[in-house]
Design a protein around this ligand. Structure first.
Ligand code: SDX
Length: 427
């Protein structure tokens, strides 16, 4: 009779060990090796966790081969085109889309909570004006932990959802204040009459008093198409299974530290250019390449094993096909070309890179495709977002994913403190 197990034989000793296979509802099954060290006296070895499932989760599903992404089983293509970012936040936190009334209440609560404690505003004065907004964001979110206690009763849904709604609503304000501080202009307070995404763009771009740029026909309001583009970018970044920064958030959750320092740890991890920092590096790289004529030379460098130059925005640990989010952003770019002044030179360089890389054996054999970061920068630039704010935008989108994963970890009665072992090769 078929047994859903795997048997391992130690060929040195002839001993055999049997482990259960746990079936997934979608995607790869796992081999349950929780007793492996007790059974064998040995550790498994998997730096970077290329073949390791760190947890069981019901939140987000990715199929790297098909280029598929689902939040709570909803395809990203539907959420990005048919729903708002706030609806996606509600879906991730509650495992279902909101009713009209629930969305109205949720929207109102997020608007109310967008304001920061006055004490937190003064924190920004401590930072030099050339501080990278990611450093300011991480420090400010840690400081947020001093204003709210963390004795959360995970059996009490209202308590932990309030903690989640608070951080989701305050992150855009902190990010916008970090930017305004970096350019030495007065902060624009959240405006309770504006929705989540319009409010963020206003806090970023308005003049004191909330007026937009002066233009021949009076004050420029933020265009509907800009709000929709920004909202789509937030939705595309909302969650992504057990990526590096989410793994950090879960590890900090496992020690019992304050939820907001788990989020600030996620912000710090996301900053790296191998992860969320790639979106800023992509634009810097396109600007550095400078023209379509120079692309070939840089592709050559990216392929050279002795040159640590990498094509930013290319490759992914999971997607061995087009990143579905990249596809949606590419479509959005084409759509916005007419309505927003997208930087056609940068887009031409990006298209040239894509054209060459997608047909070059080095990239094809390694299944290196454009990822979400490859396209987001051109659109963000058109939305008058400076490069230094690209990764903070990623943080705004991803905070709901991090806090949802934090809640799932805390509600998992089998969860344990993260404490991997090592292969010791010292003296
Ligand atoms: C994000 O995990 C997530 O889900 C992350 C994310 C999310 O939503 O949370 O999707 C967001 O972080 C997207 C990825 C953004 N990062 C970049 O665009 C930076 C450039 N990409 C690479 O650094 C790299 O592709 C990673 C970090 C994304 C993935 O690294 P892996 O899976 O560890 O792959 P690897 O480093 O082992 O590379 C495999 C091979 C190597 O060549 P060989 O040693 O086999 O000869 O591919 C090469 C690498 O040198 N390679 C690249 C490359 N990426 C991988 N070569 C040139 N340019 C690249 N970008």
């Amino acid at each position: 009779m078929q047994k859903n197990t795997i048997t391992l034989t130690n060929n040195n000793t002839g001993e055999t060990y049997e482990y259960n296979i746990l079936e997934a509802t979608r995607g790869p099954s796992v081999v349950d090796i929780r007793t492996f060290f007790k059974d064998t006296g040995m550790f498994t070895f998997d730096p970077g966790y290329t073949s390791t499932a760190s947890c069981e989760s019901k939140i987000t599903f990715i199929d790297g081969g098909k280029g598929e992404l689902r939040y709570r089983s909803f395809p990203i293509e539907d959420l990005a085109t048919e729903h708002t970012y706030l609806e996606t936040c509600f879906l991730l936190l509650n495992s279902r889309l909101p009713t009209k009334e629930e969305l109205t209440d949720f929207d109102l609560e997020i608007r109310h909570r967008a304001f920061l404690h006055e004490g937190l505003r003064h924190l920004f004065n401590a930072f030099p004006d050339n501080a990278h907004p990611m450093a300011t964001l991480s420090a400010s979110v840690t400081a947020l932990a001093t204003f709210y206690n963390d004795h959360l009763d995970m059996e009490h849904e209202e308590e932990y959802l309030e903690m989640a709604h608070r951080i989701i609503s305050k992150i855009p304000t902190i990010a916008a204040f970090a930017y305004r501080h970096s350019i030495g202009t007065p902060f624009i307070q959240p405006d309770i009459d504006l929705g989540f995404t319009e409010n963020f763009l206003t806090m970023m771009r308005a003049y004191p008093g909330g007026k937009m740029h002066l233009s021949p026909n009076g004050h420029d309001k933020i265009k509907e198409v800009e709000i929709r583009a920004m909202d789509t970018i937030f939705t595309l970044h909302a969650d992504h299974e057990q990526n590096a920064s989410t793994t950090v958030v879960r590890n900090v959750a496992s020690t019992g530290a304050h939820p907001y320092v788990a989020i600030s740890s996620g912000i710090s991890a996301l900053w790296g250019r191998a992860h969320g920092g790639a979106n800023e590096s992509v634009i810097a790289q396109l600007e550095y390449i400078g023209s379509v004529e120079n692309v070939e030379a840089f592709i050559k460098r990216a392929k050279d094993p002795n040159d640590n130059f990498r094509l930013m925005g290319f490759g992914h640990r999971v997607y061995k096909n087009f990143d579905p989010r990249a596809k949606i952003l590419k479509g959005l770019q084409d759509e916005l070309k007419a309505e927003l002044n997208l930087d056609s030179e940068l887009m031409a360089i990006a298209s040239k890179i894509e054209e060459i890389a997608l047909n070059d054996e080095y990239f094809v054999s390694r299944k290196l495709y454009p990822n979400i970061d490859f396209y987001s920068g051109v659109i963000l630039t058109a939305l008058q977002i400076p490069k230094s704010m690209f990764t903070p935008i990623f943080v705004i989108g991803r905070t709901v994913g991090w806090i949802t994963q934090w809640i799932e970890f805390k509600q998992d009665k089998t969860s344990k403190i993260a404490r991997p072992r090592q292969l010791y090769t010292g003296d």
